[in-house]
Design a protein around this ligand. Structure first.
Ligand SMILES: Nc1ncnc2c1ncn2[C@@H]1O[C@H](COP(=O)(O)OP(=O)(O)O)[C@@H](O)[C@H]1O
Ligand SMILES: [Mg+2]
Length: 385
């Protein structure tokens, strides 16, 4: 039978006297039928739904019913409906293939189940910060046209530690009762390995509660979890996820694509993305995006239509310096670093013009002599990143 998962959810809603759940899944079923060209059947379902009291669907009642931590009164879940046009991601082909496979198998749940290949839709994304995990979850939600319900792990781990398991139960219940993608972001906060020394008793309870909640979830509920610290995850947690996708720092090729994506048509025609890719080695997609956005902001404030190459390179250089743990706390040090980092692009003459000081001062600074700060014209001050 087609659309069995929706029918089962509608039945579940009815048996639990949960009008909202039944209606939400019926509405999803109508959408799916319409997509397949079954407009008459879709219309029949929608006619029935039109009789459900309106407040059941209104956004106000939706956000009102999001679970709240009783101690802090903060929402433990965020709801968002991401749109494809708002998501700019450049991913390696093998990662994209794997994500598409996940999306396709969610779409083909019934077909796969009919062939005895029922696999819970559970995806674990892992890798260093800023490599696109949260964006991937948004991308999947946008592709599948589901709302993304993101668990705020920080508020979930309540100040009243004993409250955490109850909070967990509530967010899982909420997510189970409506069509959505349930996203546990920064998952490690919850799922720290049971061998962790600190707060071992409480963490143990939280992990056990987490496992139990995952185990009783219906296999149709789409679950995505993301972590920066895969080494902290308990083996029992890994096993609960059929899909594991690692995201890593972008290689040169990918960095070039990210630069092109983030600068778009605001890139200076003379600036090569290949050079930017080379100079940004070791940076995450998030850091590249940050530099690009800063440079675009400064372009707009100057009233220009293209990003100035020297401004972009300087911002990139300062980001690299921070990544290397350097403290460039004077103009001399900044100039000396930039000269050493990209001597071919950041030539003395261009730097002198940019900073509004003489070539000789730039040269002295680059050699660790003199005091360029002293002679700096006050009106040439540039915003620092
Ligand atoms: N590969 C990438 N391509 C394009 N943008 C990226 C990429 N990786 C990260 N970003 C950007 O960096 C920012 C942070 O990414 P995010 O998904 O929050 O990273 P994470 O969750 O892994 O820490 C986002 O705005 C995202 O668009
Ligand atoms: Mg994230």
């Amino acid at each position: 039978m087609d659309n069995l998962s929706e029918v089962l959810k509608i039945l579940e809603g009815a048996l639990q006297h949960n009008v909202r759940k039944a209606a939400d899944y019926a509405s999803l079923l109508a959408d799916k039928l319409e997509e397949k060209g079954e407009t008459r059947q879709a219309a029949m379902i929608r006619q029935k739904l039109a009789r459900v009291p309106q407040e059941t669907f209104s956004p106000a009642s939706l956000s009102h019913s999001l679970p709240v931590d009783s101690e802090s009164q903060l929402h433990t879940l965020d709801e968002e409906r991401p749109r494809l046009k708002d998501i700019e991601l450049a991913m390696p082909k093998n990662v994209m293939d794997r994500l598409n496979e996940f999306i396709d198998s969610v779409r083909a749940t019934e077909q796969l189940a009919a062939a005895g290949l029922r696999q819970p839709a559970r995806l674990l994304l892992y890798g260093p910060p800023g490599c696109g995990k949260t964006q991937v979850a948004r991308l999947i939600a946008a592709e599948l046209k589901f709302p993304l319900l993101t668990v705020r792990c920080d508020t979930l781990v309540s100040s009243l530690l004993g409250q955490t398991s109850r909070n967990l139960r509530r967010v899982f219940e909420h997510a189970e009762n409506r069509p959505c993608i349930f996203f546990l972001d920064e998952f490690d906060a919850l799922a720290k390995s049971r061998s962790d020394e600190r707060e071992i008793g409480e963490l143990q309870r939280v992990v056990i509660a987490l496992l139990q909640n995952i185990d009783v979830m219906s296999p149709e509920t789409i679950l995505i979890a993301a972590t920066n610290h895969e080494e902290l995850l308990d083996k029992a947690i890994w096993r609960r996820f059929a899909w594991h996708v690692p995201l890593t720092f972008p290689d040169a090729n990918l960095r070039q694509r990210i630069w092109a994506l983030k600068l778009g048509d605001r890139i200076n025609p003379g600036t090569s993305t290949e050079l930017l890719a080379e100079l940004s080695e070791g940076l995450s997609g998030a850091s590249i995006e940050h530099v690009a956005h800063d440079a675009i902001r400064s372009m707009i404030l100057r009233g220009d239509t293209n990003v100035e190459e020297i401004d972009l390179l300087r911002r990139l250089g300062l980001t690299i310096a921070i990544a290397r743990g350097l403290r460039l706390d004077s103009l001399e040090r900044e100039i000396a670093f930039l000269r050493e980092w990209a001597p071919q692009q950041l030539v003395l003459r261009k730097l002198a013009k940019y900073y509004g000081i003489s070539v000789r001062q730039i040269n002295n600074a680059a050699k660790g002599r003199g005091n360029a700060n002293k002679h700096r014209k006050p009106n040439s001050a540039r915003p620092t990143t």
